[in-house]
Each structure stands twice: as C-alpha cells, then as structure tokens.
Write a protein that binds this ligand. Sequence first.
Ligand SMILES: Cc1ncc(COP(=O)(O)O)c(C=O)c1O
Length: 364
Amino acid sequence: MESLARSAVRNMPTLSWGEYPEGVVRLQFGENPYVFGPARVAATAALGKMNRYPDAQKSALRRLVAARDGVTYGQVYVGNGVDGLIELVAKTYLEEGDTVLVPGPTFPCYAAATHLLGATVRTVALDENWALPRADWAAALADQPKVVWLAQPNNPTGNQLVTPTEIAQWVAEHPRTMWVVDETYFELGGETVLPLVAEGKYPNLVVFRGFSKGYGLAGLRVGLVYGDEAMIALLQKVEGSSQVFAVNQVALAAAEAVLRHPQEAAAFVREYQQAKEEYVTALTALPDVQVRPTLTSFCLFRVPMLAEEYRRGLLRRGVALKPMGIFAQRDPHLCLSAVPHPDDLPTVMGALRAELAAQGHGGS
Ligand SMILES: Cc1ncc(COP(=O)(O)O)c(C=O)c1O
C-alpha cells in the first residue's frame, strides 16, 4: 500500500539502471573487462567458508589499506561498494530539511540517497565546457549545505572538476558542511585529497575509493571510506544498527588480494589503461566521430546522429553502449562506452563502423 510508505519514498523518483541484454558485448556500465587473477583465487578460496559470517570489522582489509595509504586503522572503513557507502554517509548525516550540494550533471546515486532521507538536492550546473562555475558554487556554499557530494573525476563528464587545493580550502572554510570526495576512478587518473585525511585535521572530509573500476571487482561490491576517526566510528555505529555484515567475505577476500599483490595489481591497472588507450585511438579513427578525454572507466564520444538512434542500431549488431542521456538536453549526440576486452575489440569496432555507415557516415 503506497500510502503507508514514508513520504520521502513516495516523493522520490524511480531511477532506471538500464537493461541487461544477453549475448551482446556489454559496454554500457563502465565495467573493467578484465578479472584480476589473485582476486579470483582468493574469492574462490573464501567460498569454502560460506557457512561462516564475515568479519563485521573488516579488520584484515582495513589493516592492509591503512599500511598502503598512510592512514590509521581507525581512519578507514569498508562498505558494500561506494554505492553502499554513499547510502551509509547519507543515513548518518541527512534528514528532512537538510540540503545537499552537487555539481550537475553527476553520479545519480548522490541525489538518490539524499532523496531517500527526505533531504533536498541543490545543483550547480556545469558550464558548456563542463567546468564548475566558481561564482555559482561559492554562492551555493554560502548557504551552508549539510553535505557536498563531489565525484573526482566526475561521472558522466569524465573530467576533474576542482583541484585538491580548492577542496582543502573549502573544507577548512566550511566546517559545518560534510565534504564527500568520491575518488572511485582514482586508479585511472586524477588527483587525490587522501593526504588531507592522513593529516587528521579535517573532521568534515570524507573520501571514497573503489575496487569496481581499477581492479575489476564491480560484481563483488566493495568500497573504501576514509575520514576522521570519530566520523568512521559514526559510520560503524549506523552500519552496526542496520547492515552489520554489509560486505561479504568473498568480496573482502578479493579486495585483500588486491592489497596483498601490489605489483600485480599495478600491472593489471596498466594493462587496463593500455586497453583504454587503444580503444580511444580506434574510436578517434571513426568517420565523423569526436572523442572526448576522460579520466574514468568509460570513453566518451560524439556521433553525428542521435546517440539513442546509434545505440539502438548497435544493439542489433550485438554491442550495448549508453547514450549520455543525463546530458541529453545539452547534447543528444554523446555516447558513453566502457573499454572492451581486446578479444571483443574487432567485433565492437566492426559494429561501430557498420552502424555509422548504415546511417550515411563513411564507407561500409
Ligand atoms: C562517481 C561514482 N561513484 C561510485 C560509483 C559506484 O561504485 P561502486 O561500484 O564501488 O559502488 C560509480 C559507478 O559508476 C561512480 O561513477
């Protein structure tokens, strides 16, 4: 009975996360096309202990991360993907009457988690070059939002919106705002504000890092949150009252394997980056297509027809990618595509080329 649901739930929009067509090359979700070998081995071994509850403290992974990243054990925690951490932070800090600030467009989960808690989203629109207009931003900050959600680099625009120096300054100048800096794509480029957490001087700064993109663990759902020890303790308090075992032990084992094999993990990321560069080079050679640089797991390119029409044609040819719908009012020609596995590259490029030709661009 809908009328019994909380008003925040009744009022929030239903998000669509796309379709999962079978038997196609799947490029619509920004996924890493590779599986990290040591993580597969560790995850498989962990399956043998499926009768046991996972470690609610996530201690082994936290110790490994603390040692790698120069933070204390108490400054890092683990969640059910960065998505799960977004929800955890929202549940910890937001309530009805609060306002959050985001640049727009950005990753839709920030608004979704905000709406779930009955709080309001204020958006500062990126300009036509996808830059954040600093004057509008400063005006919005002056109204003291409860939380600022910042994806660095940003999804879906692929660029870094602000500098770590600016973030450090804003975090210091706005101590009554929680600053959440989402570095999900950190391994693929971009600068970091993690050293600010290590300094231990910013109780209102939260940083996220993921395993889904750089390390290819999207299907296991594990993410990291860093911040002041008191803030991490609050997140644990909230998690402990709702989702005690939010991260399963297969996911924990796989993430630990990334930390236990740093050289292989670095080589894995390099291989992925190289596949991305090769794909970008191939995309750039397509007729009447313009590729935009991104620091994320997806490539961004402009096609001469409507991106939605191109998507439909490609799907018939066995390739799924995504029109940048969220940006459609500004430019309906933009497509987002994950990096294909090198084995799929000939199929993908063949389909991209054939569909362009079918719609009158370049020879077949
Ligand atoms: C900015 C940003 N944050 C978080 C996520 C989700 O990360 P995870 O798979 O760790 O939940 C995404 C996924 O696309 C993203 O673009």
